[in-house]
Design a protein around this ligand. Structure first.
Ligand code: SF4
Length: 358
């Protein structure tokens, strides 16, 4: 199934409102000088493996300006594991997968959240932090998986499968979450599916995640034809070629990959699970079968691990850049809002998952 990613989610931005509430600040001058060099030296250490020293004067003025403005605005920057290293290591306050980010954001004492990730993640942050102002530096940062399904589609599924519980992956819009019984992540999907104690469950919208869950449970799984355009590109043949070249290599895959790819993996888990696996096991050589930036982001924590990067980039994640983050903080754009009636139902689906007993 091919899906085009449309910008324009159901939640309209209210740029004027946020700018009115907090005021607009002029973009500060962006110069490379001795002060900026001193101020950012400790941050450069974190990305030295990735950014050549000669290029740091291009990044550092943005990093310094964002970090100053963050304090002035009492803002927190949330960065997904797929963000580029200069965002992940140099300006983010909280890093993690989408749910970790939203949950951690409830604990920070900040008025403003700048979501460095894609739109459904910003919506999830807003759902769990309704009193905070949530900004996304590029409103067009979408997701092929999230945009594969609408709330109307879920209502049709319910008509077709009356009484069958609907489990929704967190990689969906608030509108879709609102139509479903409970959310799941790639790490808890089996537990969530089995929590109903019934024979059949709808697990949407990721076809591959659903099939990977079906392989681990006796519950019959019905699904949807949504795919992550990054993870669906990996093939078993490609992985076999890496393994043939080096039989010792450990393959770690995300469950949004096709089943035959996951079957070849030594470990399968969410981005947070993959990171923990590498940190704990310290495999000498590892192939991370996921978005390319993740290996770059954890490389500095495990310098002894040799990462092989098949390098599939998410074009939506890469819409977020340092200049756009700076503009978001200066101009208070783009604000992510969720219709209160939708938000209440969507929040319930997320909280049911969060409150599920282990
Ligand atoms: S990596 Fe895949 S699931 Fe994640 S935002 Fe990009 S398209 Fe969506």
């Amino acid at each position: 199934m091919s899906m085009s990613v449309q910008p324009a989610p159901a939640t309209a931005p209210s740029r004027k409102a946020a700018a009115d509430r907090f005021g607009v600040i002029a973009r500060p001058p962006l110069e490379w000088n001795a002060e900026i060099e001193r101020e950012t030296a400790h941050l450069y250490e974190r990305v030295a493996h990735h950014i050549p020293k000669i290029e740091w004067p291009v990044y550092a003025p943005y990093v310094a300006a964002i970090n100053r403005l963050k304090k002035e605005r009492n803002a927190a920057i949330l960065a997904h594991n797929y963000q580029t290293p200069e965002i992940f290591h140099c300006v983010a306050d909280i890093v993690g997968d989408s749910l970790q980010l939203a949950k951690e954001a409830t604990k920070v004492d900040a008025d403003i959240i700048v979501q460095c990730g894609v739109h459904f993640m910003a919506e999830t942050s807003k759902l769990l932090n309704p009193e905070k102002t949530v900004l996304i530096p590029d409103m067009k940062a979408g997701c092929s998986l999230s945009e594969s399904i609408t709330g109307a589609d879920v209502r049709l599924l319910r008509e077709r499968y009356p009484g069958v519980p609907v489990v929704t992956y967190v990689n969906t819009s608030a509108e879709v979450k609102a139509e479903t019984d409970i959310c799941c992540t790639s790490s808890n999907a089996v537990q969530v599916v089995e929590s109903f104690g019934v024979d059949t469950v709808l697990c949407i919208p990721d076809e591959y995640l659903a099939k990977n869950v079906a392989a681990q449970t006796d519950v019959k799984i019905l699904t949807w034809k949504g795919h992550c355009e990054v993870h669906e590109r990996f093939t078993a043949e490609e992985l076999q070629a890496y393994r043939d070249a080096d039989p010792e290599i450990e393959i770690i895959a995300h469950p949004e990959c096709p089943v035959e790819v996951v079957e070849m993996a030594d470990y399968t888990g969410s981005t947070a699970g993959m990171i923990n696996y590498v940190r704990d096991q310290r495999p000498p050589k590892v192939l991370l079968v996921t978005e390319c930036s993740m290996a770059s982001n954890i490389q500095s924590q495990v310098p002894e691990v040799d990462f092989v990067k098949p390098c599939n980039l998410c074009p939506h994640m890469k819409r977020i850049t340092l200049p756009k983050i700076l503009d978001a903080l200066c101009e208070m754009k783009e604000e992510v809002t969720v219709d209160p009636a939708i938000a209440a139902r969507a929040r319930r689906a997320v909280e049911r998952m969060v409150n599920l007993k282990n």
